[in-house]
Design a protein around this ligand. Structure first.
Ligand SMILES: *[C@@H]1O[C@H](CO)[C@@H](O)[C@H](O)[C@H]1NC(C)=O
Length: 216
């Protein structure tokens, strides 16, 4: 009998020690009340602020936020309201004007977009034609480069060919491929022509002609 009484007492003590502080801490409704001077005061509703904290047998006194200020929830702001947001940055405008119960919402003017979800800044919208213009302007520069390179190569080739041709023609003149008539006239032509069997066709023909002329 004694042991059961003791257990009951102990359980009551344990319960009270755990439950009593919980009851005290949850005595104020966090949504609509706040603890002031060990009393639960009523919070002020959105659009208002606390002018006077509640006292014994007198409720909280609230006042409406002034122009340019707002409260968007039940609050215990004492003698102040938060500032409304201003949308005065470059290319920025109001999506929603500020009211006593809601903050202003910013957006960007046409042709601009917000840089983040909070619209802290506006940036110019890059139109679809701009990137395509960039991509189309790059290939022509490559084309021009390749065209100029190939032109240079062509010029160099032409120069090389010209110099080769000049050198060949000079050498040909020295060996008498082009002007065979002058040595033929000075010497007895028939013997020379027969000796040089490696001489190309035109010279042989010329030699033949001179021989015929001499014979006639
Ligand atoms: C905000 O208020 C101004 C006048 O103060 C008005 O011209 C404008 O249209 C309003 N903007 C919005 C988004 O309600």
């Amino acid at each position: 009998m004694l042991s059961s009484k003791m257990l009951a007492l102990l359980s009551v003590l344990l319960l009270s020690s755990h439950v009593l502080p919980l009851v005290q801490s949850t005595s104020c409704d966090d949504k609509t009340e706040y603890l002031y001077d060990q009393t639960c005061c009523k919070k002020c509703k959105p659009g208002e602020y606390v002018l006077e904290n509640c006292k014994y047998q007198s409720a909280t006194q609230c006042a409406t936020c002034g122009n340019g200020f707002f409260t968007n929830d039940y609050n215990s702001y004492f003698n102040w309201c938060p500032d409304c947001r201003t949308c005065t940055k470059d290319h920025m405008t109001y999506k929603k004007n500020c009211t006593t119960t809601s903050n202003a919402v910013c957006t960007c003017v046409e042709g601009y977009r917000c840089t983040d979800s909070d619209c802290q800044a506006c940036e110019k919208i890059q139109t679809a034609t701009v990137p395509s213009a960039i991509t189309t302007t790059i290939p022509p520069t490559h084309d021009i480069m390749w065209i100029s390179v190939s032109l240079c190569c062509a010029c160099v080739c032409v120069c090389v060919l010209l110099t080769c041709f000049l050198l060949i023609s000079r050498n040909a003149r020295q060996y008498g491929w082009i002007m065979p008539a002058s040595p033929d006239k000075s010497n007895s032509g028939s013997s020379q022509c027969t000796e040089e069997e490696e001489v190309p066709m035109p010279v042989q023909e010329m030699c033949g002609k001179t021989e015929k002329l001499e014979d006639v």
